[in-house]
Design a protein around this ligand. Structure first.
Ligand SMILES: Cc1cc2nc3c(=O)[nH]c(=O)nc-3n(C[C@H](O)[C@H](O)[C@H](O)COP(=O)(O)OP(=O)(O)OC[C@H]3O[C@@H](n4cnc5c(N)ncnc54)[C@H](O)[C@@H]3O)c2cc1C
Length: 388
């Protein structure tokens, strides 16, 4: 019997496990495959680096500039302030790093365990059932934290949320490629297209880069992900950065992520909390989810600590997670980002073409575009009058 059973040892589950174990509680961290490299751009913002300062000591790229391109190849380049600089990592290295922090703090990792249902006693959830290579295995705990991402079986079984609808998700495909490139390692490169979504190139070092693309909402159906990916890697416009034809593909993967904001009604139930991608902690505008996964894992762990101290695992008590000011703030921020997204993607890329075209000519306008893209401000009437 554990204090807490966590399904999923990605960023949200592992960080949650670390916080709980550090506070002295016993944690079973259940993972279907710790060798799985989650399809991801590996872009990490400065808030993640603030949470794990050790990462700053590694020899990772420093993102000093962002180059955004519209579908018509108008370009907006901006410098990231020193404070706000992030990095790029191979996702398997990042997951191993966060997972090892949890293990070092005392969490027990159970790898190659696929969770698929809850165990009930007197109609209460008292644990989870898993499939392992050597048969079924049950894990018991006072609290169950569901952190197993988009494909979570437990969140469906909990009845807290339904299957994702196409308009709620994005579909991404990306690869790590190796070979001499002409990319500036201090840049990340974003390419908007005439569909909802974008393409990216994130340099990892002088020989490797992460390249990918995603579509979202109805364009998951209107556009074929494999075709948009293939078109992008062959795009003549990016040949100046990646001129070779035969880059070695170190790894390739495709995976969905939620982009419609946090499912605030699905966060808690008696004995259960949902965190990370499982319940929509991904920015609807940039697709960043690592920072938000860590935040939700941390707040859920802090709530769990109080619940364990009071021996109260009721939905009523667990509301503290849902009502935490940082979670509330995140819910509001994603709602704003979702409405800004409509603005950026208007008119199949033409709108953004015009915005970036104007930004090329006018420094003040450019600063406003950056602030809007970073969700620091909403478009003013004056700003809109220049584009509409
Ligand atoms: C193509 C793509 C690109 C992205 N790029 C970025 C980016 O550059 N920067 C960024 O910040 N975010 C990015 N994201 C989003 C980011 O990957 C997620 O938001 C983040 O990984 C969420 O963390 P998590 O711990 O909630 O879930 P996950 O990272 O999905 O972790 C879930 C864990 O649970 C395990 N698991 C799944 N099912 C079970 C089961 N039944 N039993 C046991 N274990 C299970 C999985 O193996 C995994 O380890 C991207 C996503 C995609 C798909």
């Amino acid at each position: 019997m554990f204090d807490v059973v966590i399904s999923g040892a990605g960023p949200s589950g592992s960080h949650c496990a670390e916080v709980l174990s550090t506070a002295g509680f016993s944690v079973a961290l259940i993972e279907k495959d710790a060798d799985w490299r989650k399809p991801c751009g590996g872009g990490i913002n400065h808030r993640v680096l603030d949470m794990y300062p050790e990462l700053r000591k590694l020899n990772l790229p420093k993102i000093r500039n962002i180059a955004m391109h519209s579908a018509g190849y108008n370009k907006l380049e901006y410098q990231v302030s020193e404070r706000a600089r992030g990095t790029v990592m191979d996702r398997l290295d990042l997951d191993n790093f966060i997972r090892n922090k949890a293990i070092d703090a005392g969490a027990e990792l159970f790898d190659k365990n696929l969770s698929f249902d809850f165990i009930y006693k007197n109609q209460k959830r008292v644990g989870i059932k898993t499939k392992t290579p050597s048969g079924m295995k049950d894990y018991y705990g006072n609290l169950i934290i569901v952190a197993d991402g988009m494909s979570s079986k437990l969140s469906l079984k909990s009845g807290l949320r339904k299957k994702w609808r196409t308009e709620e998700i994005a579909n991404g495909k990306c690869a790590i490629k190796q070979g001499k490139h002409q990319l500036d390692e201090e840049f990340i490169y974003i390419y908007f297209k005439p569909f909802k979504g974008y393409a990216w190139i994130f340099p990892l070092d002088e020989e490797r880069f992460n390249i990918g693309v995603y579509t979202f909402s109805e364009d998951n159906i209107n556009y074929d992900l494999n075709s948009v990916y293939n078109d992008f890697i062959k795009d003549p416009e990016i040949k100046s950065y990646i001129p070779k034809l035969d880059y070695r593909e170190c790894w390739l993967g495709a995976y969905p992520f939620p982009v419609n904001g946090i499912l605030e009604k699905s966060l808690i139930d008696d004995h259960v909390m949902l965190v990370g991608d499982t319940v929509g902690f991904v920015s609807p505008i940039s697709g960043e989810g690592i920072q938000h996964a860590l935040l939700s894992g941390k707040i859920a762990a802090e709530t769990a600590i109080k619940a364990l101290e009071k021996e109260n695992f009721s939905k009523e008590f667990l509301k503290e997670y849902k009502n935490h000011p940082k979670i509330k703030q995140q819910i509001r921020s994603f709602k704003l980002k979702k409405s800004l997204r409509e603005f950026f993607y208007k008119d199949k890329g033409k709108f953004l073409n015009k915005i970036l075209q104007l930004a090329e000519q006018d420094a003040e306008f450019r600063a406003q575009v950056v602030d809007i893209f970073m969700s620091k401000q909403v478009p003013s009437k004056e700003f809109l009058s220049k584009i509409l």
